[in-house]
Design a protein around this ligand. Structure first.
Ligand code: NAP
Length: 297
């Protein structure tokens, strides 16, 4: 049996279409244009690619995109001043400070300086606390994208056993909170978990967010389970070339799983779509308007 392929590229395109329609209605009915400000400090090549892609997709759905590129040696105080300006700017509804920041900056201090209502990455301590206590919050984009794909495939997630492999603040922990919020029975596994293959094999849903190429093999998967592969790993493809692979050994897993996300083309495209969704949600909240349906947790 071969698994259903959960096509994140197509799903993300559908979500961007819904967002574009909503943005058009906001302009027509209220004269409002959602705006997303992205701040990049330094010249990390991967971050530059992400920021370019975010700016392009923001414009494509009809939102305003504001890019701020700062020199790698910028003092932290200057970055905090910029964040404060963006907090006050009524045209900016979402603020994203691209991580990682240079070593001389305290990322927690910078993230916690963002107005929580504009924190479209969902990393502000107040949003983390709100998510953990089941209150309305801004939800981190990558786990939100995973949740949307799971809801789309399963309908209700209630009562399902979910294992999240990885406990990072940006993926593993918020993913577990979201699954708990949808009434899954959740296990968070990590590098010290005993018998990880056995733990994963109990699950109806396995989310792999580890950063180790092909770690989750067919033997880890209960037949028919849904496998969400968050990993993005660049590996040697021979001839001086590289290719992207996930944390799941796709070739073997696809034969056992009931549904699986590919890499590339699975979770990756959903992340930016959810960033745009969060910006739209933030804009609606800031203006006291109803939030778009199906785009938040
Ligand atoms: P991270 O901060 O490095 O966290 C990795 C987690 O995996 C840690 O909790 C670690 O456990 C756990 N881990 C490491 N080795 C393990 C092992 N052998 N067995 C079990 N657990 C192990 O990574 P992250 O930021 O969450 O990212 C994870 C992956 O997702 C990366 O490949 C990243 O590139 C990708 N990612 C993709 C997107 C996207 O848009 N698709 C977004 C973000 C991240 P300990 O806590 O015990 O060390």
């Amino acid at each position: 049996m071969s698994a259903t392929i959960l096509d994140g590229k197509a799903f993300a395109a559908k979500i961007r279409g819904e967002i574009a329609d909503h943005v058009e209605r906001l302009a027509a009915d209220h004269g409002i244009k959602p705006g997303l400000a992205v701040v990049l400090v330094g010249e990390d090549p991967a971050s530059q690619v992400y920021v370019r892609s975010k700016g392009k997709q923001t414009n494509e759905v009809g939102m305003a995109s504001f890019e701020h590129r700062l020199d790698v040696a910028t003092p932290e105080a200057d970055l905090l001043d910029l964040v404060e300006q963006l907090n006050e700017d009524p045209e900016v509804h979402g603020i994203l400070v691209q991580l990682p920041l240079p070593d001389h900056m305290n990322a927690d201090a910078v993230i916690n300086a963002i107005d929580p209502g504009k924190d479209v990455d969902g990393f502000h301590i107040s949003n983390v606390g709100r998510l953990g206590t089941g209150q309305k919050s801004m939800v981190p984009c990558t786990p939100l994208g995973c949740l949307m794909m799971l809801r789309d495939h399963h309908g209700s997630l209630s009562g399902l056993d979910a294992v999240v492999v990885g406990r990072s603040n940006i993926v593993g922990k918020p993913m577990a909170q979201l699954l708990l919020g949808d009434s899954c029975t959740v296990t968070i596994a990590h590098s010290r978990t005993k018998d990880l293959p056995g733990v994963a094999r109990r699950a109806d849903i396995v989310v792999a967010a580890v950063g180790r190429p092909g770690m989750v093999t067919a033997e880890w998967i209960k037949p028919g389970a849904t496998v969400i592969d968050v990993g993005i790993n660049r590996v040697d493809a021979g001839g001086g070339k590289t290719r992207l692979v996930g944390d799941v050994d796709y070739q073997s897993a696809v034969e056992v799983a009931g549904a699986i996300t590919p890499v590339p083309g699975g979770v990756g495209p959903m992340t930016i779509a959810c960033l745009l969704a969060n910006t739209l949600t933030a804009c609606c909240r800031a203006n006291g308007l109803p939030e778009p349906e199906g785009l938040t947790a």
